[in-house]
Design a protein around this ligand. Structure first.
Ligand code: 6PG
Length: 231
């Protein structure tokens, strides 16, 4: 558990950790899947200030809302504002999920791009960043349809249980194949659910976030004091 006094401190520490791992990768490609939502914005601002050489970094998204990239709900749009517009990264290295397409078509496009980047194998990401929803969801796998986490597919079409908004999401097949998975969690509102997730860990857990169990990789938590208050 990496616990820091404030959300800004978590963002700064995790940005340094990610920048260090990218630097250690040297001349090899580094595949990084980004989380959406609001918490990671401060992380992306901090990453934009790092001295990272983005030439060999490939940015993906662990999930996306089925909206155009310029929509205020777009996870790509959020990353563009807080990171992409501030750094120099080859456009070919940006592998956004195409939220503007019809959902199943966008899903197929994502799988096609994954198969091009990781031919003939299950994609093995260097680092996948995830958030935790107050209901225990992660990426866009919600408790109401937790079976999607265990899909044989790399990417699935999901639906927000309240808004009905269609989503695209990586599944456990990709998430649990990563070398490193990092949960970035902040705020008092996540504290009790985080405790439940940690206690429920396992393949049959009823919360999607609790099924994140990298088979060979490491699972890290970067928390602020408020999110960690129940630990
Ligand atoms: C999304 C995210 C989602 C998010 C959690 C936490 O598309 O919304 O990928 O899984 O990480 O809902 O969101 P907050 O950081 O806004 O609390």
């Amino acid at each position: 558990m990496n616990i820091f006094p404030t959300k800004a401190a978590v963002a700064g520490a995790l940005a340094a950790e990610i920048a260090q791992r990218i630097a250690q990768a040297g001349a090899t490609d580094f595949h990084l899947a980004l989380a959406g939502g609001s918490t990671p914005a401060a992380l992306y601002d901090a990453l934009a200030l790092s001295t990272t050489n983005w030439a060999r970094v490939h940015l993906w998204w662990s999930d996306e809302r089925c909206v155009p990239p310029d929509n205020s709900q777009s996870n790509y749009g959020m990353v563009k504002k807080h990171l992409l517009d501030k750094i120099g990264i080859p456009s070919a290295n940006i592998h956004r999920m195409r939220g503007e397409l019809e959902a199943s078509e966008a899903c197929r496009a994502c799988v096609h791009e994954l198969e091009r980047a990781f031919p003939l194998v299950v994609p093995k990401f260097d680092l996948i960043l995830l958030g935790l929803g107050e209901d225990g969801h992660t990426a866009s796998i919600f408790p109401q349809n937790i079976a999607l986490f265990d899909s044989e597919e790399f990417c699935v079409v999901a639906e927000h249980p309240e808004s009905g908004q269609k989503r695209l999401s990586f599944t456990g097949k990709i998430i649990n194949s990563a070398r490193t998975v990092v949960f970035l969690i902040a705020g008092e509102s996540k504290a009790s659910r985080l405790l439940e997730v940690l206690r429920a860990e396992g393949a049959d857990a009823h919360l999607p976030a609790a099924r994140v169990q990298p088979a060979e990789g490491e699972l890290l938590f970067f928390l602020d004091q408020e999110a960690a208050s129940g630990l």
